[in-house]
Design a protein around this ligand. Structure first.
Ligand SMILES: Cc1cc2nc3c(=O)[nH]c(=O)nc-3n(C[C@H](O)[C@H](O)[C@H](O)COP(=O)(O)OP(=O)(O)OC[C@H]3O[C@@H](n4cnc5c(N)ncnc54)[C@H](O)[C@@H]3O)c2cc1C
Length: 857
């Protein structure tokens, strides 16, 4: 199948899945059902991924064996998605597979082993039929630090794989950035909502959809269209809002085009950040409007001058006509009653001819004059706007910038202009669709999947020691009076990026010995904040990635009222702030449909500098609500909640992002495990593993990204410590579950064997390396690395061309100082009339650029 066809089949399946997922998966043996199953698992339906090829080198050798594998894989995925509440066992799979696919028990077991190990099937909360065969005794021990989504997902998998797991969580509640409010309410009985993370991005291809199915939570769609109010409580017209939203999209698309397609990396000699890129683009558009206006007035001047010239000519012709007329009259008078002499006759004929010529020239000049007057009145009608955006438009544009800061979780000036949309660009289905809420809290979802008896709350990790023998993790218990030391074979850190940053700088301060932060000794401060330290310190690649990634904030104020006083038809209400600096302060209100709760968001600078005084923050929020809802709004809420992870010692920030000059590969480095240090080299066995949203390049800063990172690391730990469930000639690894507590049936392997397995490369590593080697040679011979460029005048013109283009996706360039709507109408009119323009066409160059861009695209 051609790529195009394949692509459209993917798209349509995705659409179908979105609208009727479960029934589609039931279309047995149907191509679409298998395609749907692959999409739901984020795997390409008709291709083996590099990872799969690495794990099944024997099957990726020929087209036929690849097809065989893909059919098996997609069928197993389909079986799992149809019934994710029950373990998919080898026997069930064999029973359900058609002939001849049911004949190769070993191969089916290998594929099932692969899918189970990497979290494509048999993950989450489901009824276990088999239990894992422990490959070593005593069981391998893993310490997981942090009981957020990543820690919960990893612990769940690790226990299932047969590890002895302990989860150390600093807080007195699990959930991490997903914190719940669950409180009694006089009117509704109970209100429950999430104080931290509250939305799930997309149903299709999101592994959290499977979890929700398993626990019977239903997705609640969110209506993203919203009403926006200014600082006086006046609603912004929908037309103006739509125009400005389209303008923002237009500006953003142009920045994407220049940075991603044209490889422009720097602006004013510095790596380009999103704020400068947007501002620069808006300035270019402003400049474009001014240039157009200048051209317009030059044209206007030209027509006026031509009019004056023509007027002068008319006057001259009039004078000429008068003079010739007088001469003819004089001739007639002189002649009297006599006949003209031959000389007079000749003179009169000459004068008559001249008169005729002068009259014709006069007629032409008057006609030209009339035409020029008409042209002038036409030109007057096309007077371009004075400015691109007026102050009001700019504030609305700021609202959209605040919204972007909210989705990224950082200030635009700190974010890479090219890689701000890391998650959307990666092969990550979940983000391509609208967000939704769930019928319970996200915290409940996390609590349900966590392996509960493994979690130790109020265990604040302060020190992680690792060497060739294993790991020792020190934790302060309760209020910090007591310390406990845990030992294991390895440790999985889901410690958030903000804390890792503090750990790295505390370590630097300690090593430099002289560093003073704000007058305090770095180490002392580290101790006060109980910042965890790694011993030995993390290798420099890891430290580099921690330092390079950005860590920003999103904060929330939640107000509970006696009863709802808002319009239940919209979920979101936008609010414009008075200044550009405060754009992210209470800029977005999420009004619950089914309970009297409003969540109010802070993004960008406003999230970082959120007022610690809850009463004054609430007063501000109530003033805004009063302006919008007037008398319907009560004076004060019944309950007030706030989340601000920025200053919490367990977080120091909420979202990771790519900073200017970096490309997102830092996420991959973050995900790499750290080996024990032997002499001066980190060359021992892998001891410290990393999960968490900040390690998931495909979906950073999201709940599902954290979840996937937990599955990934559990698989990696199992690969290293338990070996490979999908190697050739592998016997089934699971046995029928009779008594969960009884693992006497476990197959034992001796310690020697296990050690040699640990020291050898994992099968995945080896295979991946093999693929990397091949890809490397190929790409070297075909592709030259793209050259990074500074933004030039040419680029700017190009950027301008794209932003000013008015195709279906791109907005017409606004705006007048008076009314955006007028300009929108004018823009439409001028597009229609554009081709007919008889005056010098000022947009030819622009059109050429646009055409070039479109051809490029
Ligand atoms: C206000 C807000 C809104 C959000 N909205 C969304 C959204 O709508 N959709 C979305 O997909 N994502 C959203 N997110 C992001 C999402 O919540 C996170 O990406 C995700 O929860 C991160 O999970 P994690 O397991 O990586 O980290 P965390 O959930 O932060 O877990 C890390 C855990 O480690 C613990 N810990 C830290 N230090 C120590 C220590 N020294 N010792 C022991 N334990 C320690 C912490 O207490 C914490 O429990 C939002 C986040 C916030 C703050």
């Amino acid at each position: 199948m051609s790529n195009g066809m394949e692509h459209s089949a993917e798209e349509s399946t995705r659409e179908l899945l979105l609208n009727g997922a479960p029934s589609m998966l039931k279309w047995e043996d149907d191509d679409m059902a298998l395609r749907a199953a692959a999409i739901a698992s984020r795997l390409p339906y008709s291709k083996m991924t590099a990872h799969e090829m690495g794990c099944f080198p024997d099957l990726s050798a020929s087209e036929a064996s690849m097809r065989y594998y893909l059919y098996l894989r997609n069928r197993l995925l389909q079986m799992w998605h149809l019934e994710p509440n029950i373990e998919l066992t080898l026997d069930d799979a064999l029973r359900a597979l058609p002939k001849p696919f049911d004949s190769d028990r070993i191969l089916v077991n290998r594929v099932l082993g692969f899918l189970s190990r990497y979290g494509f099937v048999n993950f989450g909360i489901f009824f276990h039929i088999t239990h894992p065969v422990t490959l070593s005794r005593p069981k391998k021990k893993v310490i997981v630090i942090g009981a957020g989504m990543a820690g919960a997902a990893a612990s769940n998998q690790l226990v299932k794989f047969g590890f002895d797991v302990v989860v150390l969580e600093a807080s007195n509640i699990m959930g991490g950035r997903a914190q719940p409010v669950n409180t009694e309410h006089r009117e509704c009985g109970r209100v429950r909502f999430d104080l931290g993370c509250s939305f799930i991005n997309g149903v299709v291809g999101n592994p959290l959809t499977v979890l929700m199915k398993q626990v019977n939570f239903s997705p609640l769609p969110i209506r993203t269209e919203m009403q926006i109010f200014d600082e006086f409580g006046k609603q912004i017209s929908t037309k103006r809002d739509q125009l400005l939203e389209a303008t923002f999209v237009n500006i953003s698309d142009s920045v994407d085009y220049v940075t991603k397609e044209r490889n422009v990396k720097t602006l004013f000699g510095k790596p380009m950040n999103l704020n400068d890129a947007y501002d620069h683009m808006a300035n270019l558009l402003e400049l474009h409007v001014r240039k157009t206006r200048l051209q317009y007035w030059n044209q206007y001047d030209e027509v006026v001058n031509m009019l004056a010239d023509t007027q002068k000519q008319i006057e001259i012709y009039e004078e000429t006509i008068r003079t010739i007329g007088q001469k003819i009259e004089e001739l007639e008078e002189r002649k009297g009653s006599q006949r003209f002499s031959l000389e007079e006759q000749t003179l009169k004929r000459c004068l008559s001819k001249e008169l005729e010529k002068a009259l014709a020239a006069f007629d032409q000049a008057t006609e030209r004059y009339a035409n020029l007057q008409m042209a002038l009145s036409n030109v007057k009608k096309k007077e371009p706007c004075v400015t691109y955006m007026n102050q009001r438009d700019l504030r609305l544009l700021d609202f959209y910038k605040a919204l972007r800061e909210f989705t990224i979780g950082g200030m635009l000036q700190d974010v890479s202009a090219e890689h701000w949309d890391q998650e959307v660009r990666e092969d990550n289905e979940a983000n391509k669709f609208a967000p939704y809420r769930i019928s319970d809290t996200i915290y409940t979802l996390i609590r349900t999947i966590a392996a509960k008896d493994t979690i130790q709350l109020e265990h604040h990790v302060t020190r992680i020691e690792y060497n060739a023998e294993g790991v020792k993790v020190h934790a302060l218990i309760g209020n910090g009076d007591k310390e406990e030391v845990f030992q294991a074979d390895c440790v999985l850190s889901t410690i958030p990026l903000g804390v890792l940053k503090k750990s790295v700088s505390a370590n630097e301060a300690r090593h430099n010995g002289h560093a003073k932060e704000n007058g305090e000794n770095g180490t002392e401060r580290g101790k006060q904040e109980q910042i965890p330290v790694f011993e030995p310190p993390l290798p420099k690649e890891k430290v580099g990635a921690i330092e390079k990634l950005g860590c920003g904030s999103v904060a929330k104020l939640a107000l509970v009222f006696e009863k709802q006083f808002w319009d239940a038809a919209t979920d979101f209400v936008g609010h414009l702030n008075a200044t550009r600096e405060s754009r992210g302060e209470m800029f977005l209100f999420f009004c619950h449909q089914n309970q009297p709760v409003i969540e109010i968001f802070f993004s960008g600078q406003a999230a970082l500098s959120m007022d610690a005084d809850l009463e004054s923050t609430t007063r501000k929020a109530m003033t805004i609500l009063n302006q919008i809802y007037g008398g319907a709004c009560p004076k004060w809420p019944t309950n007030i909640y706030v989340t601000n992870f920025t200053k919490k010692r367990t977080h120091f920030g909420t979202h990771s992002y790519v900073t200017p000059g970096n490309d997102g590969s830092e996420y991959d480095v973050m995900a790499e495990p750290v080996k024990a240090k032997i002499e001066d080299e980190y060359s021992g066995p892998e001891r410290v593993f990393f999960a968490g949203e900040h390690t998931c390049r495909a979906a950073p800063s999201t709940l599902h990204g954290a979840f996937m990172s937990g599955l990934r690391e559990a698989a990696r730990i199992a690969d290293i410590h338990l070996g490979c469930p999908f190697a050739r000639d592998k016997e089934p690894e699971c046995i029928e579950l009779e008594d969960e507590s009884d693992d006497d049936d476990a197959i034992l392997i001796d310690d020697e064997n296990q050690k040699s397995r640990e020291n050898s490369k994992t099968p995945t590593d080896a295979a991946t390396q093999q693929i990397e080697d091949t890809t490397h040679t190929d790409s070297q011979s075909v592709q030259k690395p793209a050259k990074a460029e500074e933004m030039t005048l040419e680029d700017e013109n190009e950027l301008l061309g794209i932003a000013a283009s008015g195709d279906s996706q791109n907005a017409p360039a606004p705006s007048t100082s008076e009314s955006v709507e007028e300009v929108a109408m004018e823009a439409e009119k001028s597009t229609e009339e554009g081709e007919k323009k008889d005056q010098g066409d000022d947009s030819t160059a622009l059109d050429q650029l646009i055409a070039e861009h479109k051809t490029d695209a």
